[in-house]
Design a protein around this ligand. Structure first.
Ligand code: F6P
Length: 325
């Protein structure tokens, strides 16, 4: 029996490109004669049965918009097995035969449980600005967030140079240094602090700043990942000020990185993954998430989500001090 109705939801932190993926899901499904229901506020929408049909017209003019028309939420009650069982029953009653889940690690874990415990057909699309999922070199939103951070830091660099100051710029990434390391490389930062770094952060930061000073650098940009073990940017800034009496300023980019119109890359991958997820579900595949490896679109079993998060590539972290001289 051909599939008749699927659901799509966005979950976790929003990421630019999610709307592109939703649009592609709806339009590819329509092309295959499948109806799409939009589920609102992630897994919370499953619990509340907050779903409505999405038509190809509903998703006009969303490709270029950040955020998500389906809203996002982090849903604690979904960790309870009985709650998932009820959600699976409600989906079945509503005739929603498969689910496309756009989100990150936690969202895929919820999707996997629905599949394993209740046989709900699920497909995952990686959507998080953190770019920290195993099995894919790219997640939706990362490229946009990276470009947003770069643009902001280029501006900060101007005023840092004018006042000969040190700036600590905090970027997102509670558990991942991907965004921090890529931003640092693209901005020519003097130093970067990120959670996966095993070295003692503060003393190596001081020695990097000192080396720069001795070479005549009077302005420096230090990129700090939100989840760095040394502390957040304010804490590190205070320590630096107390120990070295530096003229420094702290900027926290925060949620600015999560918003904005998606870049071409995030629009294109959102569109490709959205359509591919529907095509595969329609062919009877299930329990997978999509990704990109070596430039190619790939599908991975959802179980891969339990592998360790990818750390920032070693060649990038090795290159940073070479280029910061
Ligand atoms: O997972 C994406 C992300 O933006 C992280 O980089 C950040 O640590 C977190 O979400 C912030 O979450 P919230 O918006 O719920 O504070």
């Amino acid at each position: 029996m051909p599939m008749k109705r699927i659901g799509v939801l966005t979950s976790g932190g929003d990421a630019p490109g999610m709307n592109a993926a939703i649009r592609a899901v709806v339009r590819q499904a329509d092309a295959l004669g499948v109806e799409t229901y939009g589920i609102y506020r992630g897994f919370q929408g499953l619990l509340d049965k907050d779903w409505r049909p999405l038509t190809t017209r509903n998703c006009a003019n969303i490709l270029q918009r950040g955020g998500t028309i389906l809203y996002c939420a982090r849903c604690q009650p979904f960790t309870v097995p009985a709650v998932r069982a009820q959600a699976a029953r409600d989906l079945q009653e509503a005739g929603i035969e498969a689910l496309v889940v756009i989100g990150g690690n936690g969202s895929f874990t919820g999707a996997e449980l629905l599949e394993q415990e209740h046989g709900v057909a699920v497909a995952g699309i990686p959507g998080t600005i953190d770019n920290d999922l195993p099995g894919t070199e790219r997640t939706l939103g990362f490229d946009t967030a990276l470009n947003t951070a770069i643009e902001a830091i280029d501006r900060i660099r101007d005023t840092a140079s004018a006042h000969e100051r040190v700036f600590l710029v905090e970027v997102m990434g509670r558990q991942s240094g991907m965004l921090a390391v890529h931003t640092a490389l693209a901005c020519g930062a003097e130093a970067v602090l990120y959670p996966e770094n095993e070295q003692e952060g503060f003393s190596s930061l001081v020695s990097q700043l000192r080396t720069g000073w001795e070479k005549g650098k009077r302005a420096s940009i230090v990129v700090v990942a939100e989840g760095d073990k040394t502390g957040n940017a304010y804490a590190i800034g205070q320590r630096l000020q107390e120990s070295h009496n530096l003229d420094l300023r702290v900027v926290v980019l925060g949620h600015i990185q999560r918003g904005g119109s998606p870049t071409a890359i995030d629009r294109i991958w959102g569109s490709r993954w959205g359509a591919e997820a529907v095509r595969r579900l329609a062919e009877g595949e299930r329990g997978f998430f999509l990704g990109m490896v070596a430039g190619q679109l790939v599908a991975q079993p959802l179980a891969r989500i339990h592998e360790p998060r990818p750390a920032p590539p070693r060649d990038l972290t090795d290159l940073l001090p070479v280029l910061a001289r």
